[in-house]
Unconditional design. Structure first.
Length: 123
């Protein structure tokens, strides 16, 4: 159930980012675009993001962790490219600036909603 909740929250945050940032456009109807994009973004965040963070440790230290916002923007931009070019899903991010603002919205919405629907641990 936890995985489905996180997937739903990711899809909803992607929807809000696409709605609020003019440079993020979605081609296609319905929730399926956001669901597929949430899976792609989740996989990239699980596989590629740790590697990028490791090699960005000096930049993360120098910026007191704020460089993570740049990494998040790069992951959204990469996910958009993978979704469009490999899977044929119409989720387009026009520029790095749009990816930055979109990833900031996604981060904030995901943090807020995850805090609201925190599930009980089975300890």
């Amino acid at each position: 159930m936890r995985l489905l909740t996180r997937w739903f929250i990711s899809g909803l945050s992607l929807f809000l980012a696409a709605w609020l940032v003019p440079g993020i456009t979605v081609a296609g109807e319905g929730w399926i675009v956001y669901a597929i994009m949430a899976v792609i973004l989740g996989l990239l965040n699980a596989i590629v993001r740790p590697i990028v963070k490791f090699f960005s440790i000096p930049a993360l230290i120098l910026t007191f962790g704020l460089f993570i916002l740049v990494i998040n923007a790069l992951m959204l931009w990469l996910a958009s490219s993978v979704a469009t070019n490999i899977f044929g899903v119409g989720f387009y991010v026009d520029s790095f600036k749009d990816a930055f603002w979109g990833s900031l919205i996604i981060t904030i919405v995901t943090a807020l909603l995850s805090g609201l629907v925190k599930e009980k641990d089975n300890d």
